[in-house]
Write a protein that binds this ligand. Structure first.
Ligand code: MLT
Ligand code: MN
Ligand code: ZN
Length: 301
């Protein structure tokens, strides 16, 4: 299985348009940017699954030859999988509206409901190519297939992770909004665990990650009060549903014990000190055997 990190940043990206924090300032000065959270996965290197559709999707698809069209119109993207209904993971669906056919979009039931109503992407897209919503249910392995029903050689199962509904739907009734994905290559057996948003490193995360060849995990914030310390009026990391990487009870203490062969942090907020290569925080992540994800990192599982 081939895995490409299309975007390693949390919502807002790096630099974020209205942020003057040290990381954003350095990124503007040095021309180093990070696009918003998404990955692409493929069994055969020909047909790809887009996992989450970021607001930076257009740039991300242009950067990777594997994802370019092979004829006058068309795309190697056979299906989209959503781990949640957050804006930074779904807005890119609007950018796929020129598609020649309905796009299969796999998502948990709670997310499909949000995208038909509170954040009505599916209604808007129905006037364009439209989407074909497909269900991801807990404890049911799904063989991912393209719009014509042809299998893509990848099996996907999901586990609900500790989170809350997106901010635009705080009052939404209880349903599954955020999941961790476990994607297995049907031929090679290679296993990829993807948990870009999680409020805890708990049994749910262990079920997704145990034995996986690669785990990409939520590295949004280093500390619980990171945004407030940066002078931003905002809730804590935990209140936003992101377990911080550092400190007591942080993911750094627990990730080495979840049983993945390799762990890389993604969905990294622009305020996070692990983005600074000389920082003590970056050094402690690397000392724990965990890597800081970058745009365009590629893995063969
Ligand atoms: C999150 O990851 O918590 C959300 O994407 C935050 C947001 O962009 O509103
Ligand atoms: Mn996000
Ligand atoms: Zn910033």
């Amino acid at each position: 299985m081939h895995v490409i990190i299309l975007g390693s940043a949390a919502g807002g990206g790096l630099p974020q348009w209205n942020c003057g924090c040290p990381n954003c300032t350095a990124a503007r000065r040095d021309g180093r940017d990070r696009t918003q959270s998404s990955v692409a996965v493929s069994a055969d290197g020909q047909r790809w699954v887009l996992v989450n559709a970021s607001p930076d999707l257009r740039t991300q698809l242009a950067r990777h030859r594997e994802l370019w069209p092979r004829g006058p119109r068309g795309t190697p993207i056979g299906a989209v999988v959503l781990t949640d209904g957050e804006i930074d993971h779904t807005l890119g669906l609007l950018l796929l509206r020129e598609s020649a056919s309905r796009l299969p979009v796999y998502a948990p039931a709670g997310v499909t409901a949000l995208l038909g109503d509170d954040w009505p992407l599916y209604r808007v897209l129905s006037a364009y190519a439209g989407v074909e919503p497909r269900a991801l249910e807990e404890d049911r392995r799904v063989a991912l297939a393209d719009g014509s029903g042809a299998p893509l050689g990848l099996c996907c199962s999901v586990v609900a992770v500790a989170r809350r509904p997106p901010r635009y739907a705080r009052a939404a009734s209880r349903a599954t909004f955020d999941v961790g994905l476990r994607i297995t290559d049907e031929k090679s057996g290679g296993t990829f665990a993807y948990v870009p948003t999680a409020g805890a490193v708990d049994d749910a995360v262990r079920r997704v990650a145990s034995g996986a060849d690669l785990l990409l995990f939520d590295g949004t914030f280093w500390s619980d009060d990171e945004l407030r310390s940066a002078g931003v009026e905002a809730p804590t990391a935990r209140a936003m549903g992101h377990v911080p990487v550092g400190g007591p009870g942080g993911s750094l203490e627990r990730l080495p014990g979840v049983g993945a062969k390799r762990t890389v942090l993604v969905h990294i907020n622009n305020t996070n000190p692990i983005l600074c290569s000389g920082s003590a925080e970056r050094a402690s992540v690397e000392a724990a055997g965990i890597a800081v994800g970058e745009d365009a990192m590629e893995f063969e599982l």
